[in-house]
Every structure is written in structure tokens, then in C-alpha cells.
Design a protein around this ligand. Structure first.
Ligand code: ADP
Ligand code: MG
Length: 283
């Protein structure tokens, strides 16, 4: 039988907008030593806004139309920002998402690439070197193997991210941030929030590798907090996987052991506290 204390713990969590999928996770979370977090949608709002538009050898209107029609077929938060900024009725003949890099498509028999510089490198397309120096998130466009310009987009840090990190650190927990977004931007945000270590420019398999490294130390109990489809493998691999319930993709919510229904990163420390208190009652 399950001790009464566990029901109390699950109930207390639920009243705080935290869903535990099993009482065993109250035990595990009580012992967490490291919290690994995704950037976009977990520590930032995940709502991107278009900033600079810099077309190259193409009209601004054609540039935006092509970019938008490609992005309207993606569910990535970056794609949403672009397609809502400049709705387009052009329909691509084919669209393929390339995980961690962007999109490959065909429109009017033109080969379109929209994504980061890794995507352009994959297809051996030359682009100006200064693109690597831009700190903000950028989407680069190429048409028929030719660089055609870029846009920058910005996202905001969530209101309670800084206090969320502080709470974890005050409890002696190590904090790590992983992102598929630019490393320069990832490091900036980590520094601002006081996160112990951060890794950007990661492909989905790179995130798995980082988590495996952390877990290889048997003394570490690792929680991962994320929201994207790409986060499902790391959520499954971690000792306790936590997903953002409002913003999160179905895959992330389904794979997670704990769901933060309010999307607030401060609930990570709340969940750990409830786990610790439940343990005190049970043992
Ligand atoms: P994260 O969720 O950590 O940002 P992703 O793997 O979802 O990681 O994305 C990594 C990077 O791939 C993005 O920062 C972006 O540069 C690029 N990317 C992914 N999907 C798209 C898209 N639909 N349009 C443009 N760029 C994209
Ligand atoms: Mg993501």
C-alpha cells in the first residue's frame, strides 16, 4: 500500500499547479542534485518577435513571402513568429523539417532553405561571416543555393526565471541550461540569470549527450525541465523529467514525470520542496 504521506505530497503539488505522475517521483525529486533546463519556452517565454529584416539581392516583399510560406508549415515557435508577422498564401510543393537546423522546402520549383547557419553549412551554401557574430536568434534564407538575407527575432526571459534559479542555488542545487539556439545568446542569458553552466548550439542528440555526461556520475540525481518535441529524449533519460504544461508539446508532456501546469520555472524548486517535505512525513 502507498503511505498516506505520498497522497498528501501529490495533493500539495496539485494545489500548486504541479502534476506528479507517480508518488515515486516525489522521492526522486527530493534528492535532486542538478537541474538541467531548456532555454526556449522553459526559461524564456517562447514567444518570438521579428526585429531586423535584412534581405540580400531580393525585394523585401518576396523575401518575407517566401520565408513566411515555408515557416507556416512548421510548429516551431520561431516559425510562428515569422508566419504571423507576414502571412503568405504561397503554398510550397514540399516541406521538410531538419531537426535543430530549420526547414528545407520547394516553392515554385525553387529550392528554399530557412534556418540557422548550420543548415546552410549542411548544404554547402556560402554566407557572410558577420552572421556568426550576431548575438540574437536569426533565421537565414537561401534560394537555389544562394544566400538571400536574414531576419533577427527576439524572445523574453520569463518574469520568475531569475528567482527560480536563485531558489535552486540557495538549496545547493547545480543549474545547467541547454539550448539549440545560438551559443552566444545562450551564454548571455545564463549569465544574466546566474546559471552555473550553459551549452548552446546543440542538436537534439547533443542535448542527450550532455545529460548522459551528467548522469554518468552516480552521485548526481538529474532533473531535466523542457517543453519541446525535441526535449522528449532528454526528458526520458533524466532521473526526473519535468515539462511545461501550458506551452509544452504533447510529446514533452506525455514523456515527463512531472508537469508544471503554470509554465513557471519557480515551480521547479516548489516541487523539490514538496518532495522533501513528503519524505519527512513518510520516513
Ligand atoms: P531549442 O528549442 O533549444 O531552440 P531546437 O532544436 O528547437 O532547439 O532549434 C534549434 C535551432 O534550429 C533554432 O534556434 C533555430 O536556429 C533552428 N530552427 C529550428 N526550427 C526552425 C524553424 N522552423 N525555422 C527557423 N529556424 C529553425
Ligand atoms: Mg525547443
Amino acid at each position: 500500500s502507498i503511505p498516506l504521506g505520498y497522497f498528501g505530497g501529490i495533493g500539495a503539488a496539485s494545489r500548486n499547479g504541479i502534476l506528479f505522475k507517480g508518488s515515486n517521483f516525489l522521492d526522486i525529486i527530493a534528492n535532486v542534485t542538478t537541474v538541467v533546463m531548456d532555454k526556449t519556452g522553459t526559461l524564456t517565454k517562447g514567444v518570438f518577435k521579428v526585429q531586423d529584416i535584412v534581405p540580400e539581392n531580393i525585394s523585401k516583399d518576396d523575401f518575407l513571402s517566401i520565408l513566411s510560406s515555408v515557416e507556416s508549415h512548421s510548429t516551431h515557435p520561431i516559425a510562428k513568429a515569422v508566419s504571423e508577422f507576414h502571412p503568405s498564401d504561397q503554398i510550397p510543393e514540399s516541406v521538410e523539417e531538419i531537426s535543430g537546423k530549420g526547414i528545407k522546402a520547394v516553392i515554385n520549383q525553387q529550392r528554399i532553405l530557412a534556418g540557422n547557419t548550420k543548415l546552410l553549412k549542411t548544404f554547402n551554401i556560402n554566407y557572410p561571416e558577420f552572421l556568426e557574430e550576431i548575438v540574437e536568434t536569426t533565421v537565414v534564407l537561401a534560394i537555389d543555393n544562394e544566400y538571400k538575407g536574414y531576419i533577427t527575432i527576439s524572445d523574453e526571459v520569463k518574469d520568475d526565471s531569475e528567482s527560480a534559479i536563485n531558489n535552486l542555488k540557495n538549496n545547493g542545487i547545480k543549474t545547467v541550461m541547454l539550448s539549440g539556439d545560438k551559443d552566444s545568446l545562450t551564454q548571455n542569458i545564463a549569465k544574466k540569470l546566474g546559471i552555473d553552466s550553459a551549452f548552446g548550439g546543440l542538436l537534439p542528440e547533443g542535448k542527450v549527450e550532455k545529460l548522459e555526461n551528467l548522469k554518468s556520475n552516480p552521485k548526481e540525481v538529474v532533473a531535466f525541465v523542457g517543453d519541446g518535441i525535441n526535449d522528449a529524449p532528454v526528458l526520458a533519460l533524466s532521473d526526473v523529467g519535468m515539462a511545461m504544461g501550458g506551452l509544452g508539446s504533447d510529446a514533452a508532456i506525455e514523456t515527463a514525470d512531472v508537469v508544471i501546469q503554470t509554465d513557471q520555472p519557480s515551480k521547479i524548486a516548489t516541487a523539490i520542496k514538496i518532495g522533501k517535505e513528503t519524505k519527512k512525513i513518510v520516513y
